[in-house]
Design a protein. Structure first.
Length: 133
């Protein structure tokens, strides 16, 4: 079953940067640094993933705790957080819409990367041209 969980990246990184949210596609082990949320319904897990990603900064500000050796999420407090869950058919539509929008986002990012590469080549070409005379 696919589960939603967060992983602490590093002890040396600021509280707002150390959290990673993902969906695992196979069994894994969790411990005090990795917490799992599993609704037992894949679509709900995907919805929760996107919800947490959308509000990640706010959730980290609210639930992150820094310590002398370990930064962490106060998971007990996080579990008390109310996340509005629409009916399953609405969740599925939201997930589909997000999937389409993320696909578009990826395509646009690729185009931006290509444009940046072309801009770099053009700049190099212009500078070479300027120094050839």
């Amino acid at each position: 079953m696919k589960s939603l969980f967060y992983v602490r990246k590093s002890l040396q990184i600021k509280a707002l940067d150390y959290c990673k949210t993902l969906i695992v596609k196979k069994e894994c082990t969790i411990n005090q640094d990795i917490k799992a949320i599993n609704s037992s319904v894949l679509e709900v897990n995907q919805f929760l993933y996107w919800y947490i990603k959308a509000y990640e900064k706010e959730l980290l500000i609210k639930f992150a705790k820094t310590g002398t050796t370990v930064d962490r999420i106060v998971f007990e407090d996080f579990l008390k957080c109310i996340i509005p869950l629409p009916p399953l058919n609405v969740i599925k539509k939201i997930n589909e819409k997000i999937h389409l929008l993320m696909k578009l986002y990826d395509q646009l990012n690729e185009e931006i990367e290509k444009s940046n590469q072309n801009l770099k080549l053009l700049t190099e070409s212009v500078l070479k041209e300027a120094f050839q005379d």
